[in-house]
Design a protein around this ligand. Structure first.
Ligand SMILES: [Zn+2]
Length: 162
């Protein structure tokens, strides 16, 4: 899959969250939302949804990383060709199962391991409050090669192709 914005090329893509409420923070430079000084680069798009709303894989691919850190919190990185899609601030915990980092969200009935293959639009997690966040939302990042891409551009192209 190339960075192709021709008509018809995005019909396999899924909007990444159920129960959409609002876009709460765009991609690009911004002042820190948690009180830090100066500007920071926001590498994704923040999409507010009620806590517990299901997150859906934007595209089919394989899970290359299950994240568990202070910034992203519980998160996933899925690789689809030259693209990577990143999901942060999920519900649940990360545990190692049979040597593989695994997102476990019992309430949501989900278990996602590194190396797992994911179809487009599959439920992969739920909106939570893990990591550095002031309210329940999905932080959704898109990388093409080693460049961050503004997810709003991709959503616009998806909408046009619908
Ligand atoms: Zn964000």
């Amino acid at each position: 899959m190339a960075l192709n914005v021709e008509a018809g090329s995005w019909t396999g893509a899924s909007f990444p969250v159920e129960n959409f409420q609002a876009y709460t923070s765009p991609f690009g430079f911004r002042t820190s939302p948690t009180g830090g000084r100066g500007y920071e680069f926001h590498s994704g798009l923040d999409i507010a949804a009620p806590e517990g709303s299901y997150i859906r894989s934007w595209w089919g691919g394989s899970v290359v990383e299950v994240i568990n850190d202070q910034g992203c919190g519980v998160g996933l990185v899925i690789e689809s060709g030259d693209w990577e899609h990143i999901y942060c601030h999920l519900s649940g915990q990360v545990q190692t199962i049979q040597g593989r980092p695994t997102l476990i969200d019992r309430q949501g009935g989900l278990q996602v391991s590194e190396g797992q293959t994911i179809p487009s639009a599959a439920r992969i997690g739920r909106v939570g409050m893990s990591g550095r966040t002031t309210g329940p939302h999905l932080h959704w990042g898109l990388r093409y090669g080693d460049r961050w891409v503004d997810p709003a551009l991709v959503l616009r192209a998806m909408h046009r192709d619908r």
